[in-house]
Write a protein that binds this ligand. Structure first.
Ligand code: PLP
Length: 394
């Protein structure tokens, strides 16, 4: 059978994730040090795992409300109120999803009409452009620049806005650059969103992982665009448990938004997903209520590793800004004369170190490499030694 005629056009047209393609090459190779997968190297803190075990022991194996357990939604609203300084009504303005991944998908499907333009900053998380395409939107990338620490600038955004622009997607701290954005820049972006009546999807999945450059314990303020004047009503705030709480396998996220938006998202969620897994939801309550201390410990550990990796990369001549958040660095490899993919392939072949070519995160990632430093210090040290030897030979 000719399956090219059977697969829906908009699915056939989206590319596979560049990360996945690259890691298929890595699989089966012995002794590779991976700086590739964007996942904490910690297991979920024990008290959170215990809450999931307890939920199972107690026989909590049912569906929940489509929106999520009321108790979890109350915890989320409390946490978001404290952390982001934005208040949401827990029972009508919070939707529990299967990871932020699902939240991105259903938010776009809830807000975008065919042909509407969705603007996002690039390099960006691999799912943004395909998710926009699957929602029949038109993806419009705005390149962010190394000289600005990969933060989005309002004047660059303004150039991308047209009468068809409908949604702006933001992700700070950013995957893959670790970029953060300051309040002044966010205020200018917010003013543009209000002027052009844009809705905002703000993916803040790394927001707890903000680092203090003075070697402190990471008490850096994270500003959400939802907290700026006039923005709560036009923002869908997306967050989840995968990164800061090291809960990727629990598959749990959430969206906070005005009631009509949550209602619209909930319709898609109830027909496609029904609800998020109950044992994950119960564990998430424990994470929100008692997880601050392990999160702070993990953050401090990431910060130490960031400092080490940034120093080593700069010492070996790969310019690398010190990112204010997440657990990625995005060194500039242009002076080696190699394209991102060639650099990554040769690094893998010659030294057994896997890092993701910047182009996996959009065309503007050419000339860069994403290294995830959520791996042990011993492995990081070895990876940096091997990279240094590789760069030295070029
Ligand atoms: N958003 C960003 C920016 C990410 O980096 C990731 C995962 O890497 C996700 C969303 C998906 O997270 P989740 O595990 O909650 O689906």
């Amino acid at each position: 059978m000719d399956y090219t005629q059977k697969i829906a056009r908009q699915v056939a047209e989206i590319p596979r994730s560049g990360i996945r393609d690259f890691f298929e090459l890595v699989q089966g190779r012995e002794g590779v040090i991976s700086l590739g997968v964007g996942e904490p190297d910690f297991v979920t803190p024990w008290h959170i795992r215990e809450a999931a075990i307890y939920a199972l022991e107690k026989g909590h194996t049912s569906y929940t409300s489509n929106l999520g357990l009321p108790e979890l939604r109350k915890s989320i609203a409390r946490y978001v109120g404290n952390f982001f300084h934005v208040d949401y009504e827990p029972l009508s303005e919070v939707l529990v999803t299967v990871g932020v991944s699902e939240a991105i998908d259903i938010a776009l499907r809830a807000l975008v009409n065919p042909g509407d333009e969705v603007i996002f900053h690039e390099p960006c998380y691999v799912s943004y452009s395909p998710s926009i395409a699957l929602a029949y939107g038109k993806a419009v990338a705005v390149e962010t620049r190394k000289r600005n620490g990969f933060a989005l600038k309002a004047d660059e955004l303004r150039k991308a806005i047209t009468p068809r622009s409908r949604v702006l997607m933001l992700n700070f701290p950013t995957n893959p650059t670790g970029a953060t954005i300051d309040r002044a820049d966010l205020e200018e972006i917010a003013a543009l969103c209000i002027e052009h009546d844009l809705m905002v999807l703000s993916d803040e999945i790394y927001c707890e992982l903000r680092y203090d450059d003075n070697g402190g314990d990471g008490g850096v303020e994270h500003v959400s665009i939802a907290s700026l004047p006039g923005m709560r009503e036009r923002t869908v705030l997306l967050h989840g448990f995968s990164k800061a709480f090291a809960m990727t396998g629990f598959r749990l996220g959430y969206a906070c938004a005005p009631k009509p938006v949550v209602e619209a998202m909930m319709k898609i969620h109830q027909y496609s997903m029904l609800c998020a897994p109950i044992m994950s939801q119960m564990a998430a309550i424990e994470a929100l209520e008692n997880g601050a201390e392990p999160v702070a410990r993990m953050r401090e550990s990431y910060r130490q590793r960031r400092d080490f990796v940034v120093r080593r990369l700069n010492e070996m001549g790969l310019e690398c800004h010190s990112p204010g958040g997440a657990f990625y660095v995005f060194p500039d490899i242009r002076r080696t004369g190699l394209a991102s993919r060639d650099f990554a392939m040769r690094l893998l072949d010659e030294e057994g170190v896997a890092a993701v070519p910047g182009t996996a995160f959009g065309a503007s990632g050419e000339g860069f490499l994403r290294c995830c430093y959520a791996t042990s210090f011993d492995e990081l040290r070895l990876a940096m030694d091997k990279m240094e030897a590789f760069v030295g030979r070029l």
